[in-house]
Design a protein around this ligand. Sequence first.
Ligand code: ZN
Length: 98
Amino acid sequence: MKDEILNYFQVLKKRGIIGTSYLFIGKGDKVIVDVAKLISCDQEEGFCNSCWDCKRIEQGNHPDLFVIEPDGFSIKIEAIREGMRFFSLKSFRIKRRL
Ligand SMILES: [Zn+2]
């Protein structure tokens, strides 16, 4: 499944048709981080793991990446509102919000 998702976004990247915003729902799976790198990295195919964008995404502190995590068993409404505000703002570096 991971390869299928990465391949899908690789095709979009090659064709230059990656959307401006993506919302991924999951439990912090590595595939989400890899897709974020693939979308953000300037490398033509895949991602480099060494550029500024790849490193920031790996560390979870890229300015165009917003992660909402549960607080206990639920996600607080304020976290949802903060996420919605994030998506309403213009992107900082990669012309996309993740
Ligand atoms: Zn990179």
